[in-house]
Design a protein around this ligand. Structure first.
Ligand code: DHB
Length: 471
């Protein structure tokens, strides 16, 4: 027996697999499930492979949250489907910037319409978890605060690209989506693809060394541009009553509203279609003409004649002529009614909001993240926020990346918000869409008439959109 062979046999059988790729996806580790999905053209029975709780970083700090589920369709109504080059819907379940886990799921999530509809349409659906603001280590360190969630989702994208060919689906056709805070994170995935600013955070987790750019992004009611959201909120909803009927502090409201003008001017965005520069003075007209009237028109057009008559009789402030709705901003605001949040809405003076917690740091559970609230709250005329916040705010805001024209951003955007969503200002979606249009990207932005926070009223259209842009 040649000594080399004798040595190699037992050694290779017992050797630790040193060079095993810890981020290699195992295609065989799955269960086969069926789901019944109600689609635009009837009920469909989908057979799919479900891969559960797959860690997406090599050095996870939290295996409850840093895993993803993959659902791969194999047959629809008994007919085999080949998902090998299908688009990949990356649907995050983050709400309220809270921790989000999909590790305990027993199948694709069905509490929102997009994942099952995408599966039934032949897409691979990936549902990642992510750390969130309330997580605290045993030693009191807040490890899910900003930018943890966006770093985690980027790591999940890198994991998919790293496993191209092992995970079915086309990694050049990743479509990110999410709602609320998850919509904000979706906008970040779309706007900040391959930004080197996240690199140290990704490296610390052992994220795959691959691109984290996504092809398309579909944020629903994104709660984003947080450091400017208090000003924008007062510009939009400042005069609306609080839920009990009382007015928010109008002196504070007016101060913030005045500052919105400076911020809006600094963005140097235009409203498209000859509208010119968007300012605090003309933004109401922009929203009415570009988003709100078309939204009401779509809604009213889709109603049966008698339903439309009833709606118009109950809402005489809407003028309906030639199949088009028109109205004033003031009447629209009165129609929406109560504002959901007090002033200031995001950087609360008593540090009580989800966002104060989001911008916690180390053993500090909540911080101010605007100079305006910091000075108001503390009476301290400090010149700057905590030193780390400058970078953290940038990592959490898609607008600066778009202003820099990040060449690795998503070029296809599907953006939705309800017209009665007072969780943030309608200018947040307005500015996101305007910034993307300014860059020449493909933007399908529209508002759901009378829709509240978190609604999704055209999921089949979204699925058609995925099919169209991913061709
Ligand atoms: C969400 C809603 C909010 O009002 C907020 O401040 C943050 C997040 C959400 O729906 O995720």
């Amino acid at each position: 027996v040649p000594s080399g062979a004798a040595a190699a046999g037992p050694a290779s059988a017992t050797a630790r697999p040193e060079r095993r790729d810890p981020l290699a996806f195992d295609p065989d580790d799955h269960t086969t499930l069926t789901a019944t999905v109600v689609t635009g053209d009837g009920e469909k029975t989908v057979t799919y492979r479900f891969h559960r709780a797959v860690p997406y970083v090599a050095e996870p700090v939290d295996l409850t949250h840093q895993t993803l589920n993959v659902s791969v369709p194999v047959a629809v109504d008994g007919k085999p489907v080949g998902a090998g080059r299908a688009p990949i819907l990356l649907s995050n379940a983050v709400g309220g910037y809270l921790p989000s886990s999909t590790a305990g799921a027993t199948g694709i999530s069905t509490n929102r319409p997009n994942p099952p509809l995408a599966l039934a349409a032949g897409c691979v659906v990936v549902e990642p978890g992510a750390r969130g603001r309330t997580l605290v280590d045993a030693d009191g360190t807040h490890h899910g605060v900003a930018p943890a969630a966006v770093v985690d989702l980027k790591a999940a994208v890198r994991y998919l690209r790293h496993n191209e060919g092992r995970i079915p689906g086309n990694t050049d056709r990743i479509v990110a989506t999410g709602v609320g805070a998850g919509g904000a994170l979706t906008a970040l995935l779309g706007a900040t693809g391959d930004s080197p600013r996240y690199e140290p955070h990704l490296r610390a987790l052992g994220a795959a060394d691959a691109s984290d750019a996504v092809f398309a992004a579909a944020p629903y009611c994104p709660i984003t541009d947080l450091e400017h959201a208090d000003m924008a909120y007062e510009w939009n909803w400042g005069g609306n009553p609080l839920p009990g009927g009382a007015q928010a502090d109008q002196a504070l409201s007016r101060e913030l509203r005045a500052r919105f003008a400076e911020y809006q001017a600094s963005l140097r965005l235009s409203g498209g279609n000859g509208f010119g520069r968007l300012t605090a003075r003309n933004y109401d007209t922009y929203l009415v003409r570009t988003h709100l009237e078309p939204s009401a028109t779509r809604y009213l057009t889709a109603l049966a004649d008698d339903e439309r008559e009833r709606y118009l009789a109950a809402n005489p402030w809407i003028h309906w002529t030639g199949g088009r709705a028109s109205f004033t901003w003031a009447d629209f605001l009165a129609h929406v009614g109560a504002r959901k949040k007090n002033v200031p809405s995001f950087d609360a003076l008593d540090l009580s909001t989800p966002e104060n917690n989001l911008f916690g740091h180390g053993t500090t559970g909540a911080r101010h993240f605007t100079l305006w609230s910091l000075r108001r709250a503390t009476g301290d005329n400090r010149a700057r926020l905590d030193a780390d916040l400058h970078d953290t705010l940038d990592l959490m805001n898609p607008m600066p990346s778009l202003a820099r024209g990040n060449p690795h951003r998503a070029r296809h955007w599907f953006i939705r918000v309800g017209t009665k969503d007072t969780d943030t200002s309608l200018t947040v979606v307005g500015n996101l869409a305007a910034a993307l249009e300014h860059l020449g990207d493909d933007v399908d932005a529209s508002m759901y008439w009378d829709g509240g926070h978190g609604v999704n009223l055209d999921a089949p259209d979204f699925i058609d959109w995925i099919d169209r842009v991913c061709r």
